[in-house]
Design a protein around this ligand. Structure first.
Ligand SMILES: *Cc1c(COP(=O)(O)O)cnc(C)c1O
Length: 422
């Protein structure tokens, strides 16, 4: 099946006489005929749902759909993108461990990795994703457990060299984790380029309608955990009656551990209602991504022609430092997210933003409607000036998330902004 078809037909597959739409199983618990069966569920030797903190049939259908879209062996939904990144790392790192991440990743993830995980005793070194492999490799230590990057970095709109990151990670015996939120599996499937674990904030394009915060972790099933570095996956889990994830679950070891151990303990599992809504977004994802890309290409070209614009970050623009990477990894388009810097800095950028009327001024991105944001005064205000520069953010940087409106209406709105600062 092609990706458009998978968006509609993967996951829930109704049988004879069953509802056409994905049912919302609004139940915390599941009944069984015998205590023996429940015992088997607890031993993970029988399939089935136990309790909706760990799994639920509506959420499971969405997990299967996303796993199919990304080409993974399994997926685990979470209540936010932040929760997905947190669990993805905690599933392989414990106190005393270290991992490496690209400095251009989403500001919230930088804070999670640099500040909060540090309090857990897990250290992260940030590297310039565009650096040579040997340079990135210098950040690796004997206790390094992962390499993390973003396919299209938010908001620098830098395209990650996925193959380079995969090679660097694998040469050091660690998995390559990638946040694929902006690209979505419609535009890029990082597993095909060597990624081992894919995370998403489903809050963005996957949902698309600004109605529910969520996340997901997808396991490629390709990483060999039995290389001496990942004892937790390969030795009996005493908190789970001695289950050994690699022995008992094979290629699904990582995602099974994330669910039955971490999700059991942290309890950040989405509701059936949220999963139902996410599924609606996923059904139209392929169609929407196509329009976002076409609109954004025109908006980026328009912005690049304006004298008030210092620079435009959009990988599909010829002259973008990421044009070659975009051509390779994002041949069908680079999503609807553009960032550009207005000359004159913070005040002028704010004046420009406040003169727009169609674009929503929201702390959101990747929505059906066009939206704008000034990262330096909002999402990234917790970052130091140094971190801002490392994340590719200038005081005048505006993030424009091009929506599904008619392109002429989007351009007319931008013209209002330029008229106000001229
Ligand atoms: C928004 C976002 C996140 C965090 O996701 P939430 O759903 O808001 O928790 C992570 N990564 C990227 C790239 C994002 O855009």
């Amino acid at each position: 099946m092609h990706i458009e078809t998978k968006c509609l037909h993967e996951g829930y597959k109704p049988g004879n006489g069953e509802p056409k739409a994905l049912p919302i199983y609004q139940s915390t618990t599941y009944t069984y005929d015998s205590t023996e069966h429940i015992g088997q569920l607890f031993d993970l030797s029988a399939d089935g749902h136990m309790y909706s903190r760990i799994s639920n049939p509506t959420v499971a259908a969405v997990e299967q759909k996303i796993a199919a879209l990304e080409g993974g062996v399994g997926a685990l939904c979470t209540t936010s993108g932040q929760a997905a990144s947190l669990l993805a790392v905690l599933n392989i790192c414990t106190a005393g461990d270290h991992f490496v991440a690209a400095s251009t990743i989403y500001g919230g993830t930088v804070n999670l990795f640099a500040v909060t995980l540090k309090k857990f005793g897990i250290e992260c070194t940030f590297v310039d994703a565009d650096a040579q492999e040997e340079e990135i490799e210098k950040a690796f230590r004997p206790n390094t457990k992962a390499l993390f990057g973003e396919t299209i970095a938010n908001p620098a709109i830098a395209v990650l060299d996925l193959e380079k990151f995969a090679r660097t990670a694998h040469r050091n015996g660690v998995p390559f984790l990638v946040d694929n939120t902006f690209a979505t599996p419609v535009l890029c499937r990082p597993i095909e380029w060597g990624a081992d674990i894919v995370v998403h904030s489903t809050t963005k394009y996957m949902d698309g309608h600004a109605i529910q915060v969520g996340g997901v972790i997808v396991d490629s099933g390709n990483f060999n955990w039995e290389n001496g570095k990942f004892g937790e996956l390969c030795t009996p889990d005493e908190s789970y009656h001695g289950v050994t994830y690699t022995r008992d679950f094979g290629r699904a070891a990582y995602i099974t551990k994330a669910r039955v151990q971490l999700m059991r303990d942290f309890g950040m599992y989405p509701s059936a209602q949220d999963a139902f809504l996410l599924n609606l977004g996923l059904e139209t994802l392929a169609v929407r991504m196509e329009r976002y890309c076409r609109n954004a290409e025109q908006a980026a070209a328009f912005l690049a022609r304006q004298p008030e614009v210092e620079f435009v970050n959009y990988p599909a623009l010829s002259g973008s430092p990421y044009a070659a990477a975009a051509k390779k990894y994002l041949p069908d388009g680079c999503s609807g997210v553009i960032s550009f810097s207005i000359r004159g800095g913070r005040e002028v950028a704010v004046k420009f933003m406040d003169s727009l009327s169609l674009a929503n001024k929201v702390v959101h991105v990747a929505d059906i409607c066009t939206c704008v944001l000034h990262p330096a005064s909002s999402t990234h205000r917790q970052l130091t000036d140094e971190q801002l520069v490392a994340a590719g953010i200038t005081p005048g940087l505006i993030r424009l998330s091009v929506g599904l409106e008619h392109i002429d209406d989007i351009l007319d709105d931008l013209k209002k902004g330029f008229a106000a600062i001229r």
